[in-house]
Each structure stands twice: as C-alpha cells, then as structure tokens.
Design a protein around this ligand. Sequence first.
Ligand SMILES: [Zn+2]
Length: 231
Amino acid sequence: MFLGHIGLAMAAKRVAPKTSLGTAVLATQFADCLWPLLLVLGLEQVRIAPGITKMTPLYFVAYPWSHSLLMDVIWAAAFAGIYYAARKYKAGAWVVALGVLSHWFLDWWSHRPDMPLTPWSQPKYGLGLWNSVAGTVVVELIIFFGGLAIYLMATKPRDRTGSFALWGFVALLILIWVGAVFGPPPPSVKAIKASGFGLWLIVAWAYWVDRHRSTAGASDGSNASAQMVSR
Ligand SMILES: [Zn+2]
C-alpha cells in the first residue's frame, strides 16, 4: 500500500486541523520511512521476486523492526509522546499514534503473509489484497481521493503556492504509484534502498504544502475570521 497511507494522512486534517500534513504523512508512513535505513544497516532484508504478488515484485524477507505489530505500537507511542511533549496538542498526538499504527493494518491488508506480530515470532500475516490488481487499485484510489477530498474541505490555500504545491504533490504521488504498479520491477536491491529514501522527500513536500494552506474553519467561524485577518 502506498497511496492509501497518504490518503489516511490527508483525512487526519479533519480530526487534528493544527497538525501539519507533513507530520501526518510521517506518521502513516513511519514504518516505510524507517525501512530503507534498516535495509542499509543490514537489519532488514528485501529481494526482488517478479510475480510474488500481482502488484509488487518485492519479496519482504524480513522487516522485524519496521513492520512488526509490536514495534509499530512502540514507534506509535514514542512518536506520539514526543509530539505531545513538543506541541501539547492532544488531537494531534492521537493522529500521530493511530497514524503510525494504521500502517501495519493497511500493509496487513495488502501484503502476502509476511507481516510479523513481534520481531521474534515466526508466524506471519497478510490478507493479500496485492494478489488482485483491480482490488488494490480500487482500494488505494478510494482511500487516496477520499483523503484528498477531506483535506480540500478542511483547508484552503493561503497563497498560490498553497494550490500548486498540493496539486504537484498529488500528481507526483500518482506518477510514482503508477510507475511502481505498471512499470518494470526495480533493477536492484540497491535501487530499492535509494528510492526508499525518496519517501523522506514526500514527507518534506507535505510539510511545504501544509505551510501554504490554512484550515478553512468550517466548524469554527472565529477561527476562519482570525485567519482572514492574519492573511
Ligand atoms: Zn509498509
């Protein structure tokens, strides 16, 4: 799952309008942000096995530290704790915690049975949505565009950057996803590691988008007028 994680992050704006989209994307994609680092350190392993699922040729041999349920609970608590200490914003801390945790469940839905419960346990789980191209495309697009619609309703551009940064973000994500789904398999594990770090750029881009948009204040008129004054 790729677009689905980002869609969920965009939808979080409804629950925690003061939390940046960048923070929300970092939360829902936290496991995948850690992953390339752990691959480089040799703590996790991936191979290329075309045909292993219909959607991706990636064979996730082992990813106990980024993609086990127990570790994702720990990452969620740690990230949310740090966020709360820094921002004192309860709704945002919940978005961060549930966002990090949501990654495991969305991956569990899409992956073949390769998701462990703890770093040490043998049984692995996965419902295998990736064995259906149509199913994956429908689910990813519904979550992504659903999240985008919520983000568009909850925010408005502060300036022109607020518009084109968002639409550039959307276009880039769809391009990456279409390339991954319908393009050739990655040439090497080295290429997977390198492109894995590209996710950090997407997080940075999400912060950039959010800085140029303000919450529309649909549910809070005073908020909206305050923002109009500040513009
Ligand atoms: Zn993942």
